[in-house]
Design a protein around this ligand. Structure first.
Ligand code: TRP
Length: 333
């Protein structure tokens, strides 16, 4: 079974990213052949600083390594080191409709946020590049957070359309969204997803944050009216804290609800705050050890890229043959 996922080099990963995606990467290493890619090409689709992109790529790679992604157990690489991604993206554009790209939530949200800045064609094509990432590796399973559901669905459509048009070639992948913790909400506005671009910094807990700051943020999470600790639609704040606790403890939210029966909101907040601190502390410590050694990070990425290129090139050549582009296979060296 092959597992593939991509992660944006934004550096500042939060608790939602960690629980929803990153920890699934680690778990995937024991379930199948896993391939993880830091997607620097995707990062160029919104305004960014060239000088900071490389730094953020190291930050993100170091977070993955610190979390337990192990280059000896998986293939970990940087997207731009494998040029086959860009090429397959272009070829897949021919089986992607303009209409479906205009319906992508992430495109609509991100283009709305650009205000006066350029809404790039890259932002529009972003989902096709993501489909190329996944399809190049004949991926069976894509571990992602809930927000990427629609992109994986599009990837499936693209693969099916390709196979219908050009003959059975690409594997139609499935998403793997965790049952607990796929949607961690903002601590200050629990009707919104936890995000790096939230207006209130106190609503987002970062993976690399100091324990003191984490304690403060979780303890000041907004709660709901009433006093009972219960999962309910009209208790988004309490439900979110129970969900976080459940994800950390590997329990069902309903069981955590039982654990806290009869206790007060304040007790829950303190318990969750301490659990989050303990959960993230080892990652932050390992990160601080690993991050300074950029040469070692670069070496790990280079090893991964060599392995990824070999797989990617095979798929790309199959696609050329099916699509009738490039020189005929017999004449290729
Ligand atoms: N779009 C994903 C995100 O924003 C990142 C990504 C790029 C990805 N390529 C991928 C995720 C391939 C899974 C598979 O989180």
């Amino acid at each position: 079974m092959r597992i593939f996922s991509g992660i944006q080099p934004t550096g500042r990963k939060h608790l939602g990213n960690y629980i929803g995606a990153i920890r699934q990467y680690v778990e995937g290493q024991t379930r199948g052949e896993s391939i993880y890619c830091v997607v620097d090409l995707h990062a160029t689709t919104v305004p960014y600083e060239p000088a900071t992109l490389r730094k953020l790529l190291y930050d993100t790679t170091a977070i993955l390594l610190a979390a337990g992604v192990d280059p000896d157990k998986c293939i970990l690489f940087r997207q731009s080191d494998v040029p086959q991604h860009s090429e397959l993206c272009w070829l897949l554009c021919s089986v992607t409709s303009h209409g479906e790209l205009t319906r992508m939530h992430q495109f609509k949200d991100k283009s709305a946020k650009q205000k006066d800045a350029l809404i790039s064609a890259g932002l529009f094509l972003y989902p096709v590049l993501m489909a190329a990432d996944i399809l190049l590796y004949k991926t069976d399973e894509v571990p992602v957070g809930d927000d990427q559901r629609q992109h994986v669905e599009l990837t499936r459509n693209i693969a099916e359309r390709f196979n219908e048009r050009f003959g059975e070639t690409l594997v139609v992948p499935k998403h793997r969204i965790p049952e607990v913790g796929a949607r961690i909400m903002d601590l200050q506005s629990p009707e919104q997803k936890m995000s790096t671009s939230s207006t209130n910094e106190n609503g987002t807990v970062y993976v690399l944050e100091e324990p003191k700051a984490i304690l403060k943020k979780v303890k000041s999470a907004v709660t709901d009216s009433g006093t009972e600790i219960k999962i309910a639609d009209d208790k988004p704040g309490i439900s979110n804290l129970l969900e976080i606790m459940a994800a950390i403890q590997g329990k069902k939210p309903a069981d955590v609800e039982k654990d806290f029966a009869g206790q007060r909101y304040g007790d829950l907040k303190v318990a969750v705050a301490e659990a989050v601190v303990q959960y993230l502390a080892p990652v932050r410590e390992r990160y601080n050890e690993l991050r300074p050694d950029e040469k070692r990070i670069e070496e790990a990425l280079a090893t991964g890229a060599a392995k990824a290129r070999a797989i990617a090139q095979r798929t790309l050549e199959e696609v050329w043959d099916k699509m009738g582009v490039g020189a005929p296979r017999m004449t290729r060296t």
